[in-house]
Design a protein around this ligand. Sequence first.
Ligand SMILES: Nc1ncnc2c1ncn2[C@@H]1O[C@H](COP(=O)(O)OP(=O)(O)OP(=O)(O)O)[C@@H](O)[C@H]1O
Ligand SMILES: CC(C)(CO)[C@@H](O)C(=O)[O-]
Ligand code: BAL
Length: 305
Amino acid sequence: MSGPVLVRTRAELADQLAPARRAGQRVGLVPTMGALHEGHASLVRVAREHVDQGPVVVSVFVNPLQFGEAADLESYPRTLEADLEVCAREGVDVVFAPTVDEVYPGGDPEVTVEPGPLADVLEGRTRPGHYRGVLTVVAKLFGLVRPDVAVFGQKDYQQLVLIRRMVADLCQGVEVVGAETRREPDGLAMSSRNVHLDPEQREQAVALSRTLYAAVEASGYGAKVALDAARGELRAAEGVDLDYLEITDPALAVLPDDVPDGTDARVLIAARVGSTRLIDNLPLVLGRPQPSADQPSPDQPHHQE
Ligand SMILES: Nc1ncnc2c1ncn2[C@@H]1O[C@H](COP(=O)(O)OP(=O)(O)OP(=O)(O)O)[C@@H](O)[C@H]1O
Ligand SMILES: CC(C)(CO)[C@@H](O)C(=O)[O-]
Ligand code: BAL
């Protein structure tokens, strides 16, 4: 099994992708911050489905521009050797792992992507400036890799919604695919930051997904009952410091009080377990689903969006 080609510079990346471009092949991109796990591997498999014979590029870059707390940036796990092994197993063609100077040669960029009002809610309230950093680096990665398709995880749902919005508003011409969240057997969403949890916190962290599933189970009775059920689950949890628990529409807008049966929605949670901040979310359908509606349901989750 030959592993992926590791490229560190923009020039090496361009050279590596030149033959595929000449051959008119589709190029797929999976942007990551490394510390790869099965969630990332699943994104690679989704990307492969969208490129025919073309190359899949995985970028590994811990982007300083999207971090608020210095400690979070410093402690972010960096495991390039292991990441290359995951990429080899998944048949990734190119791993692009640039330095900070390669991505930001002049230091912090003067021109950045302004994410608009959606960046001020949910994650944005706790992490001001985060989505400006995310969208700026994703726009740069799109400029460097020029992918036809890019795959992101639904686990970072607000990020996915904002990236779709950026691609539409800035006419970037990249197909954005949102892949289903991969979970540990007990339901905890896989996340690179899970390595910071000690064994007790690891057990406590399952409360996040339990809370979401409680909302999904009660969603047939409407948003208010679903939220009450979720809050009840949380009250029973120990060691979980809630940041937010909200039900919104799929575009993250506030839901009106009365919505028709069968309305698509999203339940989202963020909480600290010890000093580790975790996020998760699930799709749900409020009220009785309409028989004809082609919507995600807890029993038949959308694999890709
Ligand atoms: N459990 C998962 N299932 C599917 N996709 C995931 C999962 N976890 C992360 N991803 C996706 O992988 C991509 C890269 O994410 P990232 O490298 O930040 O990993 P992460 O596990 O989300 O780490 P963290 O949340 O600790 O920063 C993002 O599109 C993210 O949504
Ligand atoms: C999209 C991303 C790679 C941008 O740095 C990051 O936010 C992530 O890993 O989700
Ligand atoms: N997975 C989203 C990137 C971040 O938390 O900074």
